[in-house]
Design a protein around this ligand. Structure first.
Ligand code: AMP
Ligand code: MG
Length: 469
């Protein structure tokens, strides 16, 4: 296999990572391969068997320099001074045909020095969930890591549920630099490493950023935009720990994530998020909290601490306004308004409040606003009619509200019950539901497979998702 590697992270000093090869598996079998992405990356392979061997970690391709990255992180608000890739291995980087450097990274590739008590493996459920949802996010136009390949290992994985089929996902990202990558060096007082990392992040992602505070400013802007985009499609990340928060502003580390059916600001899917820390409506608060942790780490390298703290505080404090304006722009588009005014916040929130009271379906309600049947989504139709009158008069000054709404309100999202049904089928050897979902989700703003738009019936509802790593 030809992969045009150019491994910049591996050229960083010792202490950023540990060199580590993937651990071979018994019987690799390719579950899915992303040809379009492979082409973008300049990857060519002889056949399916070779793809399976490489993306299972059994064959290390020429030019790869496999390593496990070190990082720390706040998990549910508690600082863990050392995490790191416990089951993931960075094979290396390529510069894609758009000139963008991208990491190629195997997740579930065996133990590393950072595995702690874990087995270094993943099972097929989370692997296919990440593959499908990350590609769906990409098609929705939301910054995200991508999925290049999924391979079944032919080995059992032991989890609470018992023995499960093992699998590995190959993830492609602009980088795997996390807030936690900065935290580990800041916490250790390793100022030289912190400076090296900061310079590396600026050069790789934000070449116009002026020093550590310029980097902070750029990451805050990217993260504010990202969270507003999540909110606009009803996405709940589920585990916004600082080690799962990418400097690039890409969605990363798909675990117990899910898209909402019935709208509720307090919606939580993750079975371990008992306090609702990462509830739908709390995501903007959490991303600010995460950026405050990045700020705290970045200031450690500056000589004039008082000035740095003052500037960092000003940058982080500006974030709620950035989030609010990104949120307003995204949600205004969903109701056909291209240049929102401050008082549109009330119009949007009035609709969301009605939806929450009636348990209206998030995706279908917004999509149905493009048609004439939105009132059918509500139990209290008079209340909707009342809102709709105000909305219609506001829309009158808009040039082409319908086209805007069509492009801001997906027809199809990866509904949780469909994802779970897909996993159940895949474990039983049937990849047809996976293929069907992938196909529809590739063009989410087009109505290609109406049965996939349907919310779950009571019997189909999947109320919780499990990290189940
Ligand atoms: P996550 O919550 O999946 O992002 O993982 C948090 C930390 O736990 C990271 O350091 C992971 O590498 C590690 N981890 C998760 N699952 C495993 C596993 N099965 N084996 C080893 N480490 C793991
Ligand atoms: Mg993680």
């Amino acid at each position: 296999m030809q992969i045009p590697f150019d491994n910049s992270y591996a050229r960083l000093p010792d202490g950023f990572y540990t060199r580590q090869n993937p651990t071979p598996v018994k019987a690799p079998k390719l579950l899915s391969y992303n040809d379009n992405l492979a082409r973008l990356l300049g990857i060519s392979a002889a056949d399916t068997d070779e793809l399976a061997q490489v993306f299972a970690g059994n064959t290390v391709p020429a030019g790869a320099d496999p390593l496990a990255q070190l990082y720390a992180g706040h998990q549910f608000g508690n600082f863990n001074p050392q995490l790191g890739d416990g089951r993931a291995i960075l094979l290396g980087e390529v510069i894609d045909s758009n000139g963008i450097r991208r990491d190629i990274h195997l997740k579930g590739a065996g133990p590393t020095p950072y595995s702690r008590m874990g087995d270094g493996r993943a099972w097929m459920g989370p692997v296919l969930r990440e593959y499908l949802i990350s590609e769906a996010m990409h098609a929705l136009g939301i910054p995200t890591t991508r999925a290049l390949a999924a391979v079944a290992t032919g080995e059992p994985i032991f989890r609470e549920q018992g023995a499960l089929p093992g699998a590995i996902v190959t993830r492609v990202a602009r980088s795997h630099l996390r807030v936690g990558t900065f935290q580990v060096f800041a916490h250790r007082g390793a100022v030289d490493h912190l400076k090296t990392l900061t310079d590396y992040a600026i050069a790789r992602h934000y070449p116009d950023a002026d020093g550590p505070m310029g980097l902070l400013r750029a990451v805050c802007a990217a993260q504010a935009e990202l969270v507003a985009q999540w909110m606009s499609v009803g996405f709940i990340h589920g585990v916004m720990n600082t080690d799962n928060c990418a400097i690039t502003g890409e969605t990363i580390d798909y675990g117990p994530c899910a898209f909402m059916d019935a709208f509720h600001q307090g919606r939580v899917f993750s079975s371990i998020d008992r306090q609702g820390r990462y509830a739908f409506g709390n995501q903007p608060n959490i991303v600010v909290w995460n950026m405050a942790q990045l700020a705290t780490s970045l200031v450690q390298q500056l000589d004039d601490k008082d000035a740095a703290i003052e500037e960092a505080t000003e940058i982080v404090h500006a974030m709620p306004d950035q989030l609010e304006s990104a949120w307003l722009r995204r949600f205004a588009a969903k109701i056909g308004i291209s240049s929102p005014r401050p008082d549109d916040v009330t119009l949007i929130n009035d609709l969301l409040n009605l939806m929450q009271t009636d348990g209206a379906d998030f995706a279908n309600t917004f999509r149905s606003l493009c048609k004439a049947d939105a009132r059918d989504q509500f139990a209290n139709r008079e209340a909707f009619d009342h809102w709709s009158e105000k909305w219609q008069s506001r829309r009158q000054s808009e040039p082409d509200p319908d086209a805007l709404m069509q492009s801001a309100n997906p027809a199809v999202i990866p509904r949780n019950h469909r994802v779970e049904q897909m996993i159940e089928a895949a474990v039983a050897g049937d990849m047809a539901p996976f293929e069907r979902l992938m196909k529809a989700l590739a063009t989410p703003y087009v109505e290609t497979d109406p049965d996939l738009h349907r919310p779950p019936t009571d019997a189909e509802i999947v109320p919780a998702t499990f990290c189940g790593t």
